[in-house]
Design a protein around this ligand. Structure first.
Ligand SMILES: [Zn+2]
Length: 328
């Protein structure tokens, strides 16, 4: 099923359709395309949320979804526009965000002819769309030298950056990419489309669950809260005329479309739980004792889980380990 929803119905439609996406269905078979702005779309139901901007320069895609949904993502974009895909921007190296990289990029066409920025022919991988990410994402996707790479070469970023702020100007609008060096991982990026007024948040913001903080990959609770604060500072809510329900839209890594106040609530929730863990640590409690004291109480019904790959106890442990780490 593929539905395109017009901007007039977005406020209601985004809530209704995105939250009703059942996880049981095979990826790509129940994807939905939401038109958030005249030239800006989101695809749900393909792993992570995928966002794309359309214009005279072509299509800029943020995250490519899971590998099994890649064909469906390409088809959904092609249904909206005949313009070539020019860029895929990755918000992390997670498989549900970069799994479609190779196919989505291959379906596109690089903006560059001749040699690329580093003197490498921009079309050396066949002239597909460029894949842009923080340099940590390339390191993660290519893996340590001498070992098999977790992702095929065609899926790797073709262009990386190591600045806090990377920018481009395409399709008549500024695109800012904010690197978050220690939030979910060390390679997170949030992408702000300034004219469309949409921020694509990536894995740092998940409306269904506590944020995944992957300590082994450079994540930390401090960096997570900083990333959420950056989202709050970038977005503008519908004030002073609240009833208009306008304002900056935020596309989370997973879950429904949000506004600034939703991120404020989420940041406050994460901060409160961090503070509770810190207070219990100050009392000299062990990790097990802290987990038993339920520092996430009040939020577990909405965000928590006792099973799966990211439980409430995993989240509390990640906070504990972050706080135990000496600042670098
Ligand atoms: Zn994800």
């Amino acid at each position: 099923m593929l539905r395109v929803i017009s901007p007039g119905t977005i406020a209601v439609a985004a809530l209704a359709t995105v939250s009703s996406l059942a996880a049981q269905q095979p990826p790509g078979t129940n994807l939905e395309v939401l038109q958030l702005r005249p030239n800006f779309y989101m695809i749900a139901g393909v792993g992570a949320n995928v966002a794309f901007q359309v214009g005279v320069d072509g299509v800029v895609v943020v995250d490519s979804g899971s590998a099994s949904s890649a064909d469906a993502v390409v088809a959904a974009i092609k249904k909206v526009t005949p313009q070539p895909i020019r860029y895929v921007i990755d918000t992390s190296a997670d498989p549900d965000h970069v799994g479609g990289n190779a196919k989505v990029a291959k379906a596109g066409q690089t903006l560059f002819t001749g040699s690329g920025g580093a003197g490498i022919a921009a079309n050396f991988l066949g002239g597909g769309a460029s894949i842009l990410a923080a340099e940590e994402v390339l390191a993660r996707m290519s893996g340590p030298s001498g070992q098999p790479s977790p992702f095929p070469l065609e899926a790797w970023p073709t262009e990386t950056f190591n600045l806090p702020r990377k920018y481009m100007y395409l399709n008549g609008e500024g695109i800012e990419i904010f690197h978050q060096p220690a939030a979910h991982t060390d390679g997170d990026a949030m992408v702000f489309f300034r004219r469309s007024d949409v921020v694509v948040a990536g894995e740092v913001f998940d409306t269904r669950a506590f944020p995944v903080i992957d300590i082994a990959k450079g994540g930390s609770i401090q960096g997570e809260i900083a990333a959420l604060q950056k989202l709050v500072d970038t977005a503008i809510p519908s004030v002073p005329i609240v009833s208009r329900e306008e304002g900056t839209l935020i596309v989370p890594g997973h879950g429904r479309i949000c506004d600034q106040l939703d991120v404020v609530d989420y940041r406050d929730m994460v901060t409160i739980i961090r503070d509770r863990v810190r207070d219990l640590m100050k009392q000299g409690l062990t990790l097990e004792q802290i987990q038993a004291a339920s520092p996430a109480r009040g939020y577990t019904r909405r965000y928590g889980s006792d099973t799966g790959s990211w439980t409430t106890n995993n989240f509390v442990e990640a906070i504990y380990r972050s706080m135990n780490k000496k600042p670098q």
